[in-house]
Design a protein around this ligand. Structure first.
Ligand code: TYC
Length: 114
């Protein structure tokens, strides 16, 4: 929030503190980061088990949730693997791309502002 600081200028010219600004905010100019959805895309070749493992290792999902997300993507064409600040989302997308490439699977992953 802006404008919470208050100048004590014009207080009658008392000695010493004419231009002091009293800061009443406990935090100054902090912002919540914009969040980004990391989206997994379905394909016909990447094994289900590979996607589940990736959701566990890269996105820290428990097995049951990883399975649920994988099946959602399989059935709906895409799905959200997780929601993160920009740089973390970017790193997850790159990690998925690298793991897919290393294993020669066509799995694709993108990110989208929440
Ligand atoms: N459709 C794949 C299969 O039948 C499984 C799959 C799920 C692939 C999710 C990609 O993001 C994906 N083996």
């Amino acid at each position: 929030m802006m404008g919470a600081g208050k100048s004590n200028r014009g207080n009658g010219g008392g000695a010493g503190q004419e231009d002091v600004v009293v800061e009443r905010r406990t935090q100054t100019k902090t912002k919540k980061p914009s969040m980004y959805k990391v989206i997994l895309l379905n394909d016909d070749y990447t094994p289900m088990e590979f996607v589940v493992e990736l959701l566990k290792v890269v996105f820290h999902k428990p097995h049951a949730e990883a399975t649920r997300i994988m099946l959602h993507v399989h059935q709906n064409g895409m799905g959200i693997a997780g929601i993160y600040p920009f740089e973390i989302a970017e790193t997850k997308v790159r990690t998925v791309d690298e793991l897919a490439r290393e294993n020669q699977f066509p799995l694709k992953c993108t990110m989208e502002k929440e």
